[in-house]
Ligand binder design. Structure first.
Ligand code: FES
Ligand code: FES
Length: 155
């Protein structure tokens, strides 16, 4: 049986009915039609489904939907400003040529965003650690790391 949950999604408070058996990923993609968050493996291995919950990067495919109650959740759709301007991280990924097929990129950017929101001037190791749960089949990671570095420290 469905139950009501209330949480903040991309700066807007929302109330939805959810089946306690759902994952947060299912709610986001299949019910709310926010398809920026990707479903890859579905069991916590690839990071394609990463969203930010209360400041931390989380695999939404493993996150029970009822746990969202009262939380502050940000998806890739929430990074763009109200006037349609991309987040500096999104711009950096484009500028550095860090995107190929793009499937991993929303999750990758959300992991990097959680890092940079918590640590303005991360080391290379911090950057690598922040994305170690995000798999990319295409880029070889070098350009992705360059893109994150180009934004780190307010550069
Ligand atoms: S889809 Fe969630 S970690 Fe792969
Ligand atoms: S850009 Fe294709 S999987 Fe990362």
């Amino acid at each position: 049986m469905k139950k009501e949950i209330t949480f903040t999604l991309n700066n807007e408070k929302i109330m939805v009915e959810a089946d306690p058996k759902w994952t947060l990923l299912y709610l986001l993609r299949d019910v709310l039609e926010m398809t920026g968050t990707k479903e890859g493996c579905g069991y916590g291995e690839c990071g394609a489904c990463t969203v930010i919950i209360d400041g931390k990067a989380v695999n939404s495919c493993l996150y029970p939907v009822m746990e969202a109650e009262g939380r502050n959740i940000v998806t890739i759709e929430g990074l763009m400003s109200r006037d349609g301007e991309l987040d500096p991280l999104q711009k950096a990924f484009i500028d550095e040529g860090a995107v190929q097929c793009g499937f991993c990129i929303p999750g990758m950017i959300m992991s990097a965003k959680a890092l940079l929101d918590g640590k303005k001037d991360p080391t290379d190791e911090d950057i690598k650690e922040s994305i170690e749960g995000n798999l990319c089949r295409c880029t070889g990671y070098v350009k992705i790391i360059d893109a994150i570095k180009s934004v780190a420290g307010g550069r």
